[in-house]
Design a protein around this ligand. Structure first.
Ligand SMILES: Cc1cc2nc3c(=O)[nH]c(=O)nc-3n(C[C@H](O)[C@H](O)[C@H](O)COP(=O)(O)OP(=O)(O)OC[C@H]3O[C@@H](n4cnc5c(N)ncnc54)[C@H](O)[C@@H]3O)c2cc1C
Length: 279
């Protein structure tokens, strides 16, 4: 059970950030679902719901997803999902159930850098930056590796625009459980990214497999689409399984995760070949 002494609802992220710095037990509130699973004593709970962070906005060259947007809103946003081959929706669709996804937020999910995260794996396959109140903008990959460098507030996730093909897949023992492993791949503006998460470490890009595929792609002139033969896909899946590190926990052994990596990476690459969506 959590104990909260004081709840505040600032109207700007600057006020929220200031309140966060004032006390080491001050805590930001997203959807509150994960916070409630713990047993923290919170002096000041900072409700972000009035900070104007609840919009998904299309700009000329990027999309901006505010931190307070729920995973349900992300899943249901037609235009965003159309432009990114259904990848955002596919990456959150297996998370517990509709009720939870309608409460939990993008900002908390990304800032927390959970190893098991489905959303992070999906986003990492896209050209994504995060915007932090203090640290400013940085690529999602950098943020995952280095963190914010202090107590910060994630304001938005920014996705570069471009022609996209992609796929996302995860394997769970039962519906609603955390993934044993998840993987995503996307080609945006001719650049391929492959991410693998729930290893159980946090998601990472498979850079060697990406280079191999980038070089081996057959580019179709008329549509500028990159496609790969099945042989190349198998080689890339093997490369990804060899370059990433896998661990053991109560859900799976590292050896099984490594095996799954070959299978899931091959599936998301075939989804890229086909154009995208759920694989
Ligand atoms: C039962 C259960 C099962 C789940 N299963 C999965 C799963 O299978 N796959 C998956 O990907 N996810 C899963 N999740 C995680 C979920 O998707 C969310 O990522 C998680 O609940 C955090 O979102 P929230 O809005 O509830 O955060 P909160 O509980 O409100 O906050 C979590 C943490 O983030 C901080 N925070 C909140 N907003 C910000 C911000 N803008 N900037 C910086 N810090 C912030 C809070 O202070 C807190 O420390 C599960 C969660 C639950 C409760």
């Amino acid at each position: 059970m959590i104990t909260v002494k004081n709840v505040i609802t600032p109207s700007t992220t600057a006020e929220a950030f200031e309140a966060l710095q004032q006390n080491r037990f001050a805590t930001l509130l997203g959807g509150g679902a994960f916070l409630r699973m713990g047993s923290k004593n919170i002096t000041t709970l900072i409700d972000l719901s009035r900070c104007g962070l609840h919009c998904i906005t299309e700009h000329d060259d990027h999309w901006e997803i505010g931190a307070a947007v729920t995973l349900g809103e992300l899943e249901q946003h037609r235009e965003l999902n159309r432009q990114y081959a259904g990848l955002p929706a596919a990456a959150v669709r297996e998370i517990v159930g509709v009720q939870l996804r309608n409460v939990v937020t993008v900002g908390a999910s990304v800032y927390a850098r959970y190893g098991f995260s489905d959303l992070i794996t999906g986003l990492l396959a896209l050209p994504v930056k995060v915007r932090l109140h203090q640290a400013g903008e940085m690529p999602l990959e950098t943020f995952l590796e280095q963190g914010a460098g202090g107590k910060d507030l994630l304001e938005a996730v920014i996705i570069e625009k471009g022609v996209c093909k992609g796929g996302y897949v995860s394997l769970r023992k039962t519906a609603g459980d955390y993934a044993l492993l998840n993987a995503a791949a996307a080609v945006v503006n001719g650049k391929l990214r492959i991410s693998v998460g729930a290893r159980p470490r946090r998601a990472a890009l498979a850079h060697s497999a990406m280079s191999l595929l980038q070089e081996a792609a057959v580019t179709l002139n008329e549509s500028s689409q990159m496609i790969w033969t099945e042989e190349v896909i198998q080689q890339a899946a093997e490369t990804a399984a060899g370059e990433l590190v896998f661990g053991t926990n109560s859900r799976s052994s590292s050896a099984y995760r490594q095996h799954l990596c070959r299978v899931l990476v091959a599936r998301v690459l075939r989804a890229c070949n086909e154009g995208g969506g759920r694989s």
